[in-house]
Design a protein around this ligand. Structure first.
Ligand code: GUN
Length: 290
């Protein structure tokens, strides 16, 4: 079993991005600038946005973090997005999800200028991705493709099971893996909460991508010997043995599943790091051109 070390791979790719930023600056070109909007104070979202802003600093990007109250109106949030759309200094815009229930996620995403949609969530970005046209690709699935590419994992012709059909992970992941590309060319089965015989379907998988958001959901009896397992989950569970009283686990029961795998991503230090790396890459592309 080999660990797919998202921390190591992202550090190496971020170092390349930092070189590109330096080259842009030396050529008198623009410094990439990411604007992040955080609504409310969901602790997980705070942590994710904090990591994104910190990574911007590390690689020489400019960043703006706009923190808004939980009870901000949708109209006011849309106005802030339009301001970033109109600001030529801002290259990429991200609105951290989830949003409070009174705000329409879809209206928010639709308001972001597709040219600055570094999360790749806008319908125009998604449509281009489906058509195989150059575009911003959603950071988590794109980060997973980068990881598969880095480790030269053979995907062509493989049976791949994606568990979870979210707009931002499962659905784009299933499309990327089935495209005629490398990595890609998989035979993909997209499973979800209504799937019957999940265990049997997973046992036929050469590659499993778990993005269901439930701790330790994928167990050893669902995984065949030699499978590649990619764990997208970041779930906080109680752990009285820790000083903090909790710890992060993925959607995969790592201790039981790992011995059966050819490759597996750890949590933390796997997909999460790659998501940030892919977001930074999109922000660089927003300046250099896709
Ligand atoms: N919430 C969970 N993942 C993401 C992400 O990749 N981008 C944004 N904007 N929100 C998220």
């Amino acid at each position: 079993m080999q660990l797919l070390d998202g921390k190591k791979v992202s550090e190496s790719l971020l170092a390349e991005i930092a070189v590109s930023v330096k080259e842009l600056k030396e050529a008198g070109k623009k410094t990439p600038h990411l604007a992040a909007i955080l609504v409310g104070n969901n602790p997980a979202s705070e942590a994710y946005v904090g990591s994104k802003v910190k990574t911007c600093e590390q690689i020489g990007f400019a960043s703006t973090l706009l923190r808004l109250e939980q009870d901000i109106t949708e109209a006011a949030l849309l106005e802030h997005i339009r301001n970033f759309n109109d600001n030529p200094d801002v290259d990429g815009i991200l609105v951290q999800l989830p949003l409070p229930a009174h705000i329409s996620e879809s209206r928010v995403i639709n308001t972001i200028d597709p040219a600055k949609d570094v999360d790749g969530f806008h319908p125009i970005s998604l449509g281009r991705m489906v058509l195989g046209e150059p575009t911003f690709i959603s950071a988590t699935p794109n980060g997973i493709m980068m990881l598969l590419d880095y480790y030269k994992i053979e995907t062509a012709g493989k049976n791949c099971v994606v568990i979870g059909r979210s707009n931002i992970v499962g659905t784009p992941m299933s499309i990327l893996l089935s495209r005629n590309s490398n990595p890609g060319n998989c035979t993909v089965t997209l499973c979800h909460s209504r799937t019957q015989n999940l265990k049997e379907i997973c046992l036929g998988a050469d590659i499993i991508v778990a993005a269901i958001g439930r701790p330790n959901y994928v167990t050893a009896d669902m995984v065949k010997e030699g499978a590649v397992v990619i764990d997208v989950g970041i779930n906080r569970i109680d752990d009285p043995s820790r000083k903090s009283g909790s710890r992060l686990v993925g959607d995969v029961d790592f201790d039981q599943v790992a011995p059966k795998c050819s490759y597996i991503t750890p949590v933390p230090g796997g997909v999460g790091k790659m998501t940030i790396c892919a977001l930074m890459n999109n922000t660089l592309l927003a300046v250099k051109g896709i």
